[in-house]
Design a protein around this ligand. Structure first.
Ligand code: NDP
Ligand code: 8X3
Length: 249
């Protein structure tokens, strides 16, 4: 039986790589994002029987509802929700941060994720499916300028674990995957600067979208009696330690 995944943020980075990895193993994917042309390219590459492009802004609840309601029969039996769409905007200290940036991160990383999850829970329970959410190490180890992004990812990490508690006894598996540095468009979006993005990744041998996609695939294909609660992963070059001390001169 062909299994179906609903992957948010499939136009780039981790989500796009996840659709490729799942389809390669025989899954069908509902692939979502705002950039229609990128989703169409995925369909052209992987096949219309395997990838259903679903163009909507996750912050728009009416558009989310319409997208779910318009799923063709082949794609309605969702076995896996990959809560991946998300972003960071800005690296400013809190006292200088732009409130619109903060609102965008809360709306995307928190509000949209919980709404979509709630809407898909009935089918996931009916099919004893799985939820995999992409949180971040930023939800556990904060860094300067992380402020609302880190807070939103702490929420994602914990909401996902809390789902596991609520879904106990339903057969639905729930996993929080919490990556460190992955080379994607994330830093370009965050800083608006290709130079800043190149500088961050240069010489660091970061993780790739494919690394995280393969982790998602591994979790998704485990036997149904096995639940991985959470996975934290980083490139070897990155460390989570480093408490700084500010000194008076
Ligand atoms: P990318 O910028 O490469 O991809 C982000 C994806 O999210 C895109 O497909 C984008 O689609 C989608 N997205 C963002 N905002 C919206 C929106 N309003 N509506 C619909 N889709 C949206 O970044 P990554 O692949 O790196 O990020 C994926 C997830 O991984 C995020 O949740 C991020 O926080 C997390 N993460 C990333 C890390 C990293 O180092 N890269 C580390 C830890 C976690 P589109 O723009 O087409 O709408
Ligand atoms: C740290 C992870 O999500 O802050 O590299 O980019 S995140």
């Amino acid at each position: 039986m062909t299994r179906t995944a609903f992957v948010t943020g499939a136009t780039a980075g981790i989500g796009e790589a996840t659709v490729r990895a799942l389809v390669d193993k025989g899954w069908r994917c509902v692939a979502t994002g705002r950039r229609k042309e990128r989703l169409e390219a995925l369909v052209a590459e992987l096949g219309a029987d395997k990838v259903l492009p679903c163009v909507f802004d996750v912050r728009d609840e009416a558009a989310m509802d319409a997208a779910i309601a318009s799923l063709p029969e082949d794609f309605t039996g969702i076995d896996l929700l990959v809560n991946n769409a998300g972003l960071a905007q800005g690296l400013s200290p809190a006292q200088e941060a732009n409130l619109d940036d903060w609102q965008t991160m809360i709306d995307t990383n928190v509000t949209a994720m919980v709404k979509l999850t709630r809407k898909l829970l009935p089918v996931l329970i009916e099919r004893k499916g799985a939820i995999i959410a992409i949180g971040s190490v930023a939800g556990s180890y904060v860094y300067p300028g992380g402020n609302v992004y880190a807070g939103s990812k702490a929420f994602a990490n914990h909401f996902t674990l809390a789902l596991r508690a609520d879904l106990h006894g339903t057969g639905v598996r729930v996993t929080s995957i919490e990556p460190g540095m992955v080379e994607t468009e994330f830093t370009l979006v965050r800083t608006g600067s290709q130079q800043a993005s190149d500088d961050l990744y240069r010489g660091s041998d970061p993780m790739t979208g494919e690394d995280i996609a393969n982790t998602i695939l591994w979790v998704a294909e485990l036997p149904p009696h096995l639940n991985i609660n959470r996975i934290e992963l980083m490139p070897v070059s990155q460390d989570f330690a480093g408490f700084r001390v500010a000194r008076e001169s």
